[in-house]
Ligand binder design. Structure first.
Ligand code: NAP
Ligand code: GDD
Length: 330
């Protein structure tokens, strides 16, 4: 019998890769998307007509539609990837951020508890929850893992900490299989255009094809991020729901690079000097920043057998080459 999985946020970066993965594994996938006044299925264009994919309109802020979909499908697995996922935006829209990222999660957990208690639930938790905090090993290396206390630094991060804790409580109080993946930054050619990596690679794609003469405006270049590939990370989500016991898992590469390093590498890969093109725009600085993220995924390696397969250099190169191709044809 095919398993059935519901994916919220199927039009997003991770949702599109996860849907492809589960369809390859013969799942019946129910992809939930929110209404839009224009076509927004670009990321799922290769699977949109797949016979095992059903697309349904919903909104994470509306509990009634979530409940009725859960009742109808009683899925084996539920991957909740929908979110207001931009940290900078969460400072301008804190209330919307909580409605979607926290109340939305509560609606799903309540739906599972009351109508579909055998469903395995995946929550998209985030390294952003560590905020200012890190652990230090005996060699003075700074890192974050499942035991590092959370000190969130943005409305986005606080909304995700709240839902992370809801998942933990529903797991223990109601015996629901609810797992949180604490994923560090992951990117791809499908990354949204207002996240740092894609903003840079999109600009280079335009520049190389003579489609822009503007400077690239960026904010803080001093923060460090542990960047992996989204395709590797959705595989970890799948593995988490194949376990017998729900738990929390950090997913990361274990290597960290500054934002500046990402920018330098990207421009160097097309033989350009970033200093001639990048301009600092103070309005892009965040009111509070997460300065340093570098994960340790020993638990995921041991329990899930998961390791990342894409290096930082390969990630940069894939994103640059993809955007050069995209903007050659625009
Ligand atoms: P993304 O590309 O921004 O996708 C977010 C998805 O959520 C989109 O499909 C979006 O729909 C949908 N959505 C937003 N608000 C909604 C609402 N009210 N109702 C229904 N759908 C809604 O994000 P991503 O990078 O794939 O990330 C997936 C999840 O992982 C998110 O929860 C994010 O917070 C979390 N996460 C991401 C990373 C990362 O580095 N990528 C790391 C850790 C955790 P539209 O297409 O209509 O906008
Ligand atoms: N977006 C953006 N735009 N970020 C910039 C810019 C800019 O113009 N200039 C500098 N930055 C810096 C940000 O201040 C941050 O330190 C870093 O680049 C990365 O920013 P983002 O790419 O927006 O990612 P993020 O780390 O804030 O959040 C992403 O990763 C989280 C996991 O740690 C998002 O995908 C979140 O949804 C996810 O939870």
């Amino acid at each position: 019998m095919n398993k059935t999985a519901i994916i919220t946020g199927i039009t997003g970066q991770d949702g599109s890769y996860l849907a492809e993965l589960l369809l390859e594994k013969d799942y019946k996938v129910v992809g939930l998307y929110r209404r839009s006044s224009s076509y927004h299925f670009e990321r799922i264009s290769s699977i949109v007509d797949h016979p095992n994919l059903t697309l349904l309109e919903f909104d994470l802020t509306d509990p009634s539609v979530i409940l009725s979909i859960l009742k109808q499908y009683e899925p084996d697995e539920f991957y909740n990837l929908a979110a207001m996922s931009h940290v900078g935006t969460s400072f301008h829209q804190p209330s919307t951020t909580f409605d979607i990222n926290t109340m939305g999660v509560l609606h799903i957990l309540e739906g599972i508890r009351t109508t579909s208690s055998a469903t395995k639930y995946y929550q998209a938790s985030t390294s952003e929850m560590f905020g200012k905090n890190y652990s230090v090993d005996k060699n003075n290396n700074k890192y974050q893992d499942e035991n590092t206390p959370l000190i969130p630094q943005s409305p986005y991060a606080v909304s995700k900490v709240a839902s992370h804790n809801l998942v933990r409580i529903y797991r223990y109080a109601y015996n629901i299989f609810a797992t949180s993946g604490i994923l560090f930054n992951h990117e791809s050619p499908r990354r949204g255009e207002n996240f740092l990596t894609r903003k840079v690679t999109k600009y280079i794609g335009q520049l190389v094809n003579n489609k822009t003469s503007d400077n690239l405006k960026l904010g803080n270049l001093q923060a460090y991020r542990d960047w992996g590939h989204a395709k590797d990370y959705v595989y970890a989500m799948y593995l988490m729901l194949q376990q017998d016991v729900p738990d929390d898992f950090v997913i990361c590469t274990g290597q960290t690079h500054s934002v500046l390093n990402f920018v330098i590498k990207s421009f160097e890969s097309v033989d350009l000097d970033y200093k001639q093109y990048v301009e600092i725009d103070p309005s892009l600085y965040r009111p509070a920043e997460v300065d340093y993220l570098c994960g340790r995924s020993l638990k995921a390696q041991k329990v899930l057998g998961w390791i990342p397969s894409t290096s930082f250099d390969d990630l940069v190169s894939e994103m640059i080459q993809s955007d050069i191709k995209v903007y050659a044809n625009v």
